[in-house]
Design a protein. Sequence first.
Lengths: 187, 187
Amino acid sequence: MGNIQGRPTPGRAHTAPGGVGFLVDGAQYSERETLNLQTAAGTRWKVTDNPGADRVDVGLELDAEIELARIAIDATVAPTTFLVIAPTAPQLGAWSARVVFRAVSVTGLASHPTLSVGTNNPNYDDQIPATALSFTGANQVRTERVASGVNVPEAAAGGGEIRVNLSVSAVATTYDIEAIVLGRVVE
Amino acid sequence: MGNVQGRSSRESTSPGGVEVQPNGAAGPTRDGVSLQSAITKGEIIGSDDAPNDTTNLAVWPAGTVQFARLLMNLAQSTPNLLTVLDPTALGVAGGFVERVWVRPVSLVGIIGNPDISLGTLGADYDNVIPLATVTSVAGNVFLLEPAGGVNLVYVPAGATLSLKLRTVANATLYLVEILVEGKIQRT
């Protein structure tokens, strides 16, 4: 891939701007001076010109179920909550659809913990109800989800939030889990 | 990959190259950018438009995405049929629905709730999500899913999938967003 001088910039008599070479998965693809970002199903490009820094900021947003948060939880500690997301403008709101609990370390087990996911109501259980886990060792997973055909509250931007609630602690030497919360954010 | 002229560009210039900054932090300047598929998992699709000296770029998520977001007043009888997936229009091989979220925007004077269904061309458009009553509550999202453990309709190019309003809401206003999620298969 060589030097591309390309076309001069209009109104800049001494310029000879270059192009950029593009490779896809390591394979040489093209050398062009323009990159056209195209929308595919479930994607939105967010492009902001930043002339002060002589750059263009490019983000790719997904209209899709995404991982809202991945939270490491020591389920032997006192009951507590863990923030998943607090949506902010221009987001309109967010809600969880599923949570996957993954056992990282379970030893010296006497009793299991109980967890739920929801908005900031007293019990944080209005999206995914409280569930007692039953892990007996590492590398076990369990999925809990929003029920079909019912209403679940959306966490609105500007104050609403979603949390994982550890409502009953485990009695164990270790009961380390990962809570992977999947859901939607809408703009 | 050859000569990189760097960022000298604006005045008397031999430009070329691009500085790639991850999240605004300083990064390397090179004359090529290699776009790499991620395992979690996007497919990068390029097309070279030589006459316009342009590289087209799209990213296709391999997971569940939103392929329709409809704003409908379910208290009105028209439109009572809206296309939510048209693989031909998207230029893809096909797709299928995994779930539908109903998100209220404005609910006024509700006396009776609406019925909807989702399916391919047929008498009732109900072979993906059968007749279901939406019972929206302000600030809540309502989930509808196809049944598990049964055969569902795959929508190939040439066919379309539609949402049908079967019973109009008895309400002054029943304005909702309908988010249809599923899998798009590009090829």
